[in-house]
Design a protein around this ligand. Structure first.
Ligand SMILES: C[S@@+](CC[C@H](N)C(=O)[O-])C[C@H]1O[C@@H](n2cnc3c(N)ncnc32)[C@H](O)[C@@H]1O
Length: 202
């Protein structure tokens, strides 16, 4: 299938994403629950509160809910949430329209789950992302998920150019607990993403 063309929009706003979900063009959508996420949930010992920012079609939200976790998914794209509604069925109330940078009543969370959200944000927004994620994870809580590394500064997806770049964003408030490869990436992220878990300092 050829890549559709879209009118120019800034990915920092919902229209960029609305256009793509409306056209059913979502090459970032894994359409499955990643193995590293399954391992993380299985190894946690108990259900937790978790935020899924930029949840898109929300398969991961459904998985957390099915696993008994208290999950909140937010996305500022109405079209993304329309896609999510089709996935979530009885869990439809776990997602809502909202901006990651606006207040979230349930915060802070024991876990914030990262998948294809940081790389959706233009790099000029990454400092604000790191500040916000430190507010949203409770002390002792975890930022866990997939981080995309590559050369270049164009996107989306906007790649981290090095581990040092991610460390510079997070190390003020978090310490890294885990960093492992990912074996079941979808083509756009293949060989370029790592599963990492960061703990919020208390
Ligand atoms: C690349 S998609 C990833 C979606 C989903 N996490 C996945 O893995 O399929 C990025 C998503 O983040 C959403 N998004 C981007 N900026 C946002 C913001 N500031 N607040 C809430 N959602 C945002 C977009 O609407 C889009 O659905």
């Amino acid at each position: 299938m050829s890549t559709p063309t879209f009118p120019k929009r800034d990915p920092s706003g919902p229209e960029f994403w609305d256009l793509r979900y409306e056209a059913c063009f979502a090459p970032w959508d894994a359409r499955k629950v990643p193995a590293r996420l399954r391992e993380f949930v299985a190894s946690g010992g108990r259900a937790r509160t978790v935020l899924v920012p930029g949840c898109g079609s929300a398969r991961d939200v459904r998985y957390f809910a099915q696993s008994g976790w208290t999950v909140v998914g937010i996305d500022f794209s109405a079209e993304a949430l329309a896609a999510a509604a089709g996935e979530l069925g009885e869990y439809a109330d776990r997602v809502r329209r909202g901006d990651f940078f606006a207040p979230i009543a349930e915060a802070p969370f024991e876990v914030v789950y990262e998948r294809a959200f940081l790389c959706a944000l233009p790099r000029r927004m990454w400092e604000a992302w790191s500040k916000r994620v430190a507010e949203l994870v409770a002390p002792g809580g975890l930022l866990a998920g997939f981080f995309y590394f590559d050369a270049g500064d164009r996107g989306p997806p906007f790649a981290l150019n090095s581990q040092a770049e991610l460390a510079a964003l997070l190390e003020g408030a978090f310490e890294r607990l885990e960093d492992v490869p990912v074996d079941d990436s979808i083509p756009v992220f293949e060989g370029k993403e790592r599963w990492q878990v960061w703990r919020r300092r208390g």
